[in-house]
Design a protein around this ligand. Sequence first.
Ligand code: SAM
Length: 285
Amino acid sequence: MTEVTWKTLDLINEATQFLASREIENPRLETELLLAAALGIRRIDLYLQFERILQAGEVETFRAHVRQRLNGCPVQYITGEAGFRLLDLEVTPAVLIPRPETELLVEHALPLVEQGATTALDLCCGSGAIAISLATEATSLHVTGSDLSSEAIRVARRNRDRHDLNQRLHLVCGDLFAPVGTDVRFDMIITNPPYIGSAEIEDLQPEVRDHEPRLALDGGADGLDVVRRIVAGAVDHLTPGGHVLIEVGHTQAEQVVDLMSGRQLEATVHEDLADIPRIVIGRLG
Ligand SMILES: C[S@@+](CC[C@H](N)C(=O)[O-])C[C@H]1O[C@@H](n2cnc3c(N)ncnc32)[C@H](O)[C@@H]1O
């Protein structure tokens, strides 16, 4: 029997149609990401290789990727890569896939560096997306990242090494403030903690619910268990005039403002690109 041979562009077109028929939202983009990963090249380089005849093994690897995607696995876990602000980051199922809302959190932190902040703590750092972006975009800043998951910290360390930030980014593993010590203070604390209510987890999209780490999502009964502990601990870990920046769920901002007001933190609320109150910033008066 003659084996079918595939050219890059023909395979892209066929797979795009196939993913579209299975209601994958961005079928062409995802096809290109999966194929580039199967070929071990950058997505942009596919465009220089449209006429290339693919080897049978390459096609088989790509088809395996497509099968994983159709089983609901997010494309980033299949390729092992996610984009965040200026960065390409390694992601594994041990870490949350960094989200666009969180890019905005970093946006709010950068002016604080211009105003004189020299140290930052990224609590619940996961892949290191926030910590690594801050250290990359604010070259005077010294950043500490911490996470309870040792697997997440291993991913974050590989991302730190990939971006050559050993000198200014310190990564530690443990429960919230515990691994940084009781007497250390920071000019800013920034965090995207788990904030989904436990009962809401079952209603999340299957891609999130079944593939992203529960530890990264589950914030307890009302979603605010970890946030409460962060706000309570922030006062003892901020320098005078320091800021705590917290990403919150779409109904939580007012509650977090109340939590901050009870702890000498002057709070402001900031909306995301969909006009959802998404970031609460507290300043230690
Ligand atoms: C929503 S994810 C955010 C990851 C990353 N900062 C981002 O924005 O992509 C929350 C992270 O909090 C970590 N985490 C959960 N409970 C924690 C705790 N008690 N102490 C430290 N980290 C915790 C999880 O392991 C997970 O990596």
